[in-house]
Design a protein around this ligand. Structure first.
Ligand SMILES: [Zn+2]
Length: 384
């Protein structure tokens, strides 16, 4: 059975809580093999992390090449007895399909596979170009042995992607309300201020870092990083903790530090952003305050797929099936799209995200049918 509901059920019945695969990729491998895809299973490793299974499958050897990306791993079910239907049952009741991953994002993958099979059936078994699937088992946890390495592996084999649809649950209220076309970047750091420890009764012999770090926090928080851009809201630097590590009320502390996180838009790159903040810090310090920033490593760069023929085509397919004109949004948390965007334009469109990661995760069966039609519409328009 290769309709979206059957494939979703088969996937949900594999308890593939990261890093376990539990047979989930095998479900896809069998279906795609039978449909004539060249299927590769690739395992990636890294010291200190679990080995992860990934799948890459392609049919066709011509451009244009559209790839459907996704992940078969899921977050843990939580308290299983709190579920009204087993988290790995794939049960259908009152028009809903229940189970961990139904929405995020086994359902989305199942719809893309079902749509591609339908398209191939109606077009003599071969696309007028190429279709592939980039599926990982490492999205919900550390994301080290997944999409980022699978893309690199594919590129080294000479694979070239023209466009990507990532089937993450992008919709907020109803199917068709939102396409994600980008995300802000995320960069964390710690501000360190050096003082001189001393007795509170003899402050002239000490240098108190507390008023100094307060001034720096205000200076860095007050001046906006930008005023937003065409696709994004304004970047924001937010301090999240201040600490001097001092329990004594008669001691002036020797150091102070404050942690912060920046969510930034496409006015910046990671490098230009760090430079801007450090310049502002230097200005606020003058010759007097001794301070520095220690940046944390980040692989969450900002990206955006600008509106154009590809987003128009997706909007057209979504409108035709759902009657909704989707918003092109850059809000929300991170996904593997941040890695894919280095290789080709990527949009995210999948199911409605309301119950993802919750007890009783579920999707309306009707949404699985509609999403399959949307993906089919994307393929028809893409290869027209
Ligand atoms: Zn997801």
């Amino acid at each position: 059975m290769t309709d979206a509901i059957s494939i979703t059920r088969d996937l949900v019945r594999c308890p593939s809580v990261t890093p376990a695969d539990a047979g989930a990729l095998g479900v896809l491998e069998n279906i795609l093999n039978a449909a004539g895809f060249e299927v590769h299973r690739v395992t990636f490793s890294e010291p200190g992390t679990a080995d992860i299974d990934n799948l890459y499958a392609r049919i066709g050897d011509q451009a244009p090449h559209i790839t459907f990306a996704g992940h078969t791993d899921v977050v843990p079910p939580g308290d299983e007895s709190a579920w009204t239907h087993g988290p790995f049952s794939g049960e259908v009741k009152d028009g809903f399909l229940y189970g961990r991953g139904a929405v995020d994002m086994k359902g989305g993958i199942a719809c893309s596979v079902a749509a591609v099979l339908e398209y191939l059936r109606d077009n003599g078994g071969r696309p007028r170009g190429s279709i592939s699937f980039l599926i990982t088992g490492d999205e919900e946890d550390v994301s080290i042995n997944g999409t980022i390495k699978l893309l690199k592996w594919a590129a080294e084999r000479g694979e070239k992607f023209d466009h990507c649809v990532l089937g993450e649950p992008s919709n907020v209220e109803v199917l068709g309300d939102t396409i994600k076309v980008g995300r802000r970047g995320s960069q964390s750091g710690t501000l360190h201020v050096e003082g001189v420890q001393g007795h509170v009764a003899y402050p002239h012999r000490a240098s108190n870092p507390v008023p100094d770090i307060s001034r720096l926090i205000v200076a860095l928080s007050d001046e906006p990083l930008d005023n937003g851009s065409a696709q994004f809201q304004a970047s924001n630097l937010e301090f999240t903790s201040v600490d001097v590590g001092n329990a004594a009320s008669n001691v002036i502390p020797g150091q102070a530090r404050a942690k912060f996180n920046i969510r930034y838009n496409d006015n910046h790159t990671q490098e230009s952003l760090r430079k801007l903040v450090e310049e502002r810090l230097a200005k606020a310090c003058g010759n007097r305050i001794r301070a520095r920033i220690v940046w944390e490593p980040s692989n969450s760069n900002v990206f955006v797929t600008k509106p154009g023929p590809f987003t128009d085509l997706a909007v057209g397919a979504i409108e035709a099936v759902t009657g909704h004109k989707p918003e092109l949004s850059t809000s929300g948390g991170t996904s593997d799209a941040r890695f894919i965007s280095s290789y080709c334009p990527v949009i995210e469109f999948g199911l409605v995200g309301q119950t993802m990661h919750q007890i009783n995760e579920r999707t309306p069966v009707a949404d699985l049918e509609k999403l399959t039609q949307v993906y089919r519409g994307v393929l028809d328009r893409y290869f027209a």
